[in-house]
Design a protein. Structure first.
Length: 605
């Protein structure tokens, strides 16, 4: 079996002579699985002499293969009805009812045989995985990691799903890696799977017996993959994001267990037509079951989206909702400033030596990568880091500084709430939301106005809300139903609050600063006048740096350039003003003569 590009809208082909199945490239996973089972059914049922009288015609062959594929996919919770029903209807048009009934037993037996074969392979894979886990658990490192626990149980959190109290519980383990035996294995947040519901679903849709524990094994396989993903992501990002990754992992495990349990309950509602037969089959109930399956599958897709959130945690921007947003931005700013200094130093080194060899500002890996980049045909400019790279990084530094300033000011000044006719508005700084609480359910026009201005209903908070920013107040201006009782606009209330906070801050008496004796001493002894920073003689002169370099020591080119700049500034003569500038300055310094006041005596004369 393999993948190839097939033309003419063909999704798969079974080559009886070469004993080979071809699947069309570029299809989604569900279509690939369905097509593979369809072609396997062809290979199982119709690989006989083309001229043999017992070989069915083309229409019958296609109906049988697609019916088998639909039944097997339904058994494993894969709904292909949107495609299969139309496909079967197209190939069965014109067929007599007796001919279709004659294929039913063939479809049943073939589907049951394929399901047994698939389950058998799955059981073998599961046994191999269990054997590997048992081998890992038997290692002495596992005992050192958790000496209070027996070998067959590791640090696994078993949590009950409240909606499925009848399910069994269990535990499994994952031994720590040999290179780091002192670290315990990451805890897999397993929740309980309803084995009874899974067995009922299996009996209602399959001829084979249910293997006890297979549903739990399938669930734990998904969770184990998520745990591995979370651990990989933790190694990539800053430790401050680890708690969020653990929270997303726990949410994924909990919702996945609830979704799978719901799926088993749905599958057990109405048995498959292959099990119950076509006589008096509850078609309407089956339609409702399929609709519930579709809804549950969409929920499963949303749950899988949590894995994407784990992959992106710590890799994107920093949200204002994050309580540590300012700390994270400050750390990002530190990294950007360090990168800026490194790029400048590398460019300066390259200008002086005309090569990157021996550059002390780069690691060997960075050095080789940068040299390869400069040797490429698309590299523009005559320096390692182009001007635009420095400009862009500098602009990002300014942006991050502005955002830190904005978030800090918002935290210090805060936001104001108000009351309106029929409710109140609160500025929830902890949740970072502007929340609107109505005494009664608002009418449809008010709800539409709220939605159109970015407010969303939160069942958890019991309020309409949006992110707590200045834009939230501008949006509130356009919702007439929440207009303040004072007659002002929400933005006017916020501006008044900001002014009041600034006035209060200015009225606070300034604390007298004690005399800084260190600064006075530094001003008399510091070699470079532009380095008054609380450390006496902290910057060596250019001569001292040259002597250090001659002695074989390493010096920073940036530091050397600063020393030269400071010495040049000290020895530079004061610029003489032009004659016009001197006259203008003298005129400004000359006090103006006061106009003579006319006295009453002068007026009489």
């Amino acid at each position: 079996m393999g993948f190839e590009a097939l033309s003419g809208g063909v999704k798969g082909r079974c080559n009886y002579e070469e004993k080979r199945i071809i699947i069309n490239e570029g299809m989604d996973e569900l279509q690939n699985i369905k097509t593979a089972i369809h072609e396997i059914a062809h290979a199982t049922l119709h690989d006989i002499d083309k001229d043999a009288p017992e070989r069915p015609d083309r229409r019958t062959r296609e109906v049988q293969a697609e019916s088998v594929a639909y039944a097997v996919c339904q058994h494993y919770g894969l709904d292909t009805s949107d495609y299969s029903f139309g496909y079967i209807a197209g190939w069965s048009s014109g067929k007599e009812l007796a001919e279709l009934k004659g294929s039913l037993e063939t479809i049943r037996s073939t589907a049951a045989s394929l399901i047994d074969t698939i389950d058998g392979h799955f059981a073998e894979i599961q046994q191999a995985q269990d054997k590997e886990q048992t081998t890992e658990q038997a290692q002495p490192e596992a005992e050192a990691a958790a000496p209070e626990l027996p070998k067959e149980t590791a640090t696994i959190q078993e949590k009950e799903v409240q909606t499925e109290p009848e399910a069994d519980t269990g535990a499994s383990s994952e031994a720590p890696q040999p290179p780091q035996p002192e670290q315990a294995a990451p805890a897999a947040p397993y929740y309980t799977i309803n084995e009874a519901a899974a067995k009922r679903a299996k009996d209602a849709n399959s001829f084979s017996d249910y293997k006890q524990g297979s549903a739990t094994a399938e669930y734990r396989h998904y969770v184990d993959e998520a745990v591995q993903l979370a651990e990989r992501q933790k190694r990539r990002v800053d430790p401050m994001y680890h708690e969020k990754i653990d929270s997303l992992l726990d949410t994924y495990a909990r919702k996945l267990a609830a979704n799978m349990n719901k799926g088993y309950e749905i599958d057990a509602r109405v048995p498959s037509i292959l099990i119950a037969g076509g006589s008096n089959f509850p078609t309407r109930k089956k339609e409702k079951q399929n609709a519930a399956r579709d809804s549950n599958y969409r929920e499963w897709q949303d749950i899988q989206g949590l894995l994407d959130k784990i992959r992106s945690t710590g890799m994107g921007g920093i949200s204002a909702d994050d309580p540590q947003a300012v700390q994270k931005l400050e750390k990002k700013l530190e990294s950007l400033e360090k990168s800026q200094e490194t790029m400048k130093a590398v460019n300066a080194y390259y200008r002086k030596h005309k090569t990157l060899d021996g550059c002390p500002h780069l690691s060997p890996e960075q050095l080789e990568k940068l040299k390869a980049d400069m040797a490429s045909s698309w590299h523009l400019g005559d320096k390692p880091f182009a001007t635009w790279a420095l400009s862009n990084n500098s602009a990002e530094i300014r942006r991050v500084k502005d955002r830190i300033k904005s978030l800090s000011q918002q935290k210090e000044i805060g936001f104001v709430g108000w009351e309106f006719d029929g409710g109140k508005v609160e500025a929830n700084t902890e949740a970072n939301r502007l929340q609107i609480f109505f005494e009664d359910k608002p009418d449809e026009a008010t709800r539409e106005a709220l939605k159109s201005n970015g407010f969303r209903w939160s069942p958890k908070a019991g309020a309409w809300q949006r992110q707590l920013t200045s834009n939230a107040y501008y949006a509130a201006d356009y919702v007439k139903a929440i207009a303040p009782l004072t007659g002002e606009k929400p933005t006017e209330l916020q501006r008044a609050h900001i002014r009041a906070q600034k006035v209060a801050a200015q009225e606070q008496p300034a604390q007298e600063q004690p005399e800084n004796y260190l600064k006075a001493a530094e001003q008399t002894t510091e070699q470079n006048y532009n380095m008054i920073d609380g450390q006496i003689n902290n910057t060596p002169t250019a001569a001292e740096l040259e002597e250090k370099a001659k002695a074989g020591g390493q010096i920073s080119l940036a530091e050397y350039a600063e020393a030269l700049k400071a010495e040049k500034k000290q020895t530079e003569p004061e610029k003489k003003l032009s004659i016009r500038a001197q006259l203008k300055a003298a005129k400004e310094q000359t006090p103006k003569k006061q106009a003579r006041q006319k006295t009453q005596d002068l007026e009489r004369s």
